[in-house]
Design a protein around this ligand. Structure first.
Ligand code: RNT
Ligand code: ZN
Length: 418
């Protein structure tokens, strides 16, 4: 028996005494996907002609080695996957279409522009998710898209929204899998608007037109992402939380909660049980806002643990889709993917290894001191032995060994990029 196996065996006994079956936990954990976002690999630039990011979000830094085309992005992601345990998906944005050099408007993109991505996903044995791109485009420069006062500009973006749903459907049908199709628009204003209702009416009408098209099956999981504010939309965002909460309930679609899109002390974790009563599914954009929606790499922090606790305790991992969303251009971008994915997996595993049954009994008994004591004592249970065993059985390095692999990839591949 290897040292990893010995330590796992001991840990398994410790957890069994608390009523936790670690073998079963690891089986479940390995079936819960994390959707890795394509846009960390190239600073949210994409391949459809944009040279900088707009929409009130910002990737700061200029670490060398950014993926410059789809081949490089796929190679980098495939390498990152070799260092991440568990089930992976890849999250695409419409601006990552491959048009073979032809100028194709966003309103006219087609499934065939994603053929290479689909072929790659098959090869990697992963699912794909999708996002229409309502930013980094001349017709989005005003900061308005689906709620734009000009009906011609609105129509352009409505067509883009429809085209994106059709692409999501084609991907889903080809891969025989679901595809989360997440819609976020930047629409908002820097200073106090005189009219808060008008843009919301226009946004609602545009969304209604996009979702009016009935898709042939339920493989596309539409969802909408709210935001508190962005750079240049500090005073007002048309797609606020309340706007989309109502909208998603009315349409029976999902809501995407981005961890950076709420007041800094507001808990997304607490929203999960409340909103799952009314909407069919949720998406979490795992991100780390520092003072604001700064899109720092997610780490295993309390906010992430709390979200995973809710998913695990309610056993809703098939209704809450975990996706990464951040963009840090100041570090090796592959390490950003690996850190965020591994941290999310770690937080999930930790949540599975808490003695929730014991905590519930204390809660029923009214002994809240004992309940808090159990939460705190769980922190020094042999979590690391289970994580190590998990990584090794998933054929990925345990501990910081991956850092050397990334350095090596940087030397051999990234440093050769101009
Ligand atoms: C922006 C939203 C959105 C984007 C991606 C690129 O604030 O978080 O999810 O980050 O679509
Ligand atoms: Zn997001």
């Amino acid at each position: 028996m290897s040292r990893t196996e010995q330590e796992y065996k001991a840990a398994r006994e410790t957890y069994a005494e608390l009523g936790i079956d670690t073998d079963q936990v690891l089986k479940t954990l390995s079936s819960i996907p994390v959707s890795v976002h394509c846009w960390q690999g190239d600073d949210v630039i994409g391949f459809d002609g944009a040279t900088s990011l707009s929409g009130g979000i910002l990737a700061t830094g200029n670490y060398p080695g950014r993926a410059r085309n789809a081949e490089e992005l796929r190679a980098d992601a495939a390498f990152a996957f070799t260092q991440i345990p568990g089930k992976k998906r890849f999250n695409l944005h419409a601006m990552y279409a491959e048009t073979g050099g032809a100028k194709v408007e966003r309103s006219s993109i087609e499934p065939r522009h994603f053929d290479n991505w689909i072929a790659w996903a098959k090869e990697q044995k992963i699912g794909l998710d999708f996002n229409p791109t309502f930013m980094s485009h001349p017709l989005a420069e005003s900061g308005w898209t689906l709620a734009h006062p000009d009906s011609h500009i609105r129509s352009f973006w409505i067509e883009h929204g429809k085209a994106s749903r059709r692409i999501a459907q084609a991907i889903a049908d080809t891969l025989k899998d679901f595809v989360v199709n997440n819609l976020w628009v930047p629409d908002g204003s820097k200073d106090m608007p005189a009219d808060r209702l008008g843009p919301r009416l226009r946004l609602k009408e545009s969304l209604d037109t996009i979702y009016a098209e009935k898709l042939p099956n339920d493989r596309v999981l539409d969802c909408v992402e709210s935001k508190l504010f962005g750079i240049g939309s500090e005073s007002y965002v048309a797609g606020s939380h309340e706007f989309y909460l109502g909208y998603a309930m009315q349409k029976a679609i999902g809501i995407c909660y981005d961890m950076g899109h709420f007041h800094p002390t507001e808990s997304i974790a607490d929203k999960i049980s409340a909103t799952l009563l009314y909407v069919p599914y949720l998406v979490v954009h795992a991100s780390r806002g520092i003072h604001w929606d700064s899109d720092h790499i997610i780490i295993w922090n309390d906010a992430l643990t709390d979200i995973c606790r809710e998913i695990v305790r309610m056993r809703v991992w098939d209704r809450v889709y975990l996706a990464l969303d951040y963009f840090d251009a100041s570090v090796n971008r592959i390490s950003a993917w690996i850190i965020g994915s591994r941290s999310t997996q770690r937080a999930l595993l930790y949540a599975f290894l808490e003695p929730v049954e014991a905590m519930r009994s204390e809660e029923e008994r009214g002994d809240f001191g004992a309940r808090l004591g159990l939460i705190e004592e769980a922190r020094s249970l042999p979590f690391a032995s289970v994580w190590r065993y998990y990584c090794e059985t998933q054929d990925v390095p345990y501990g910081p060994a991956w850092i050397e692999d990334v350095k090596d990839y940087e030397k051999k591949v990234l440093s050769k990029r101009g």
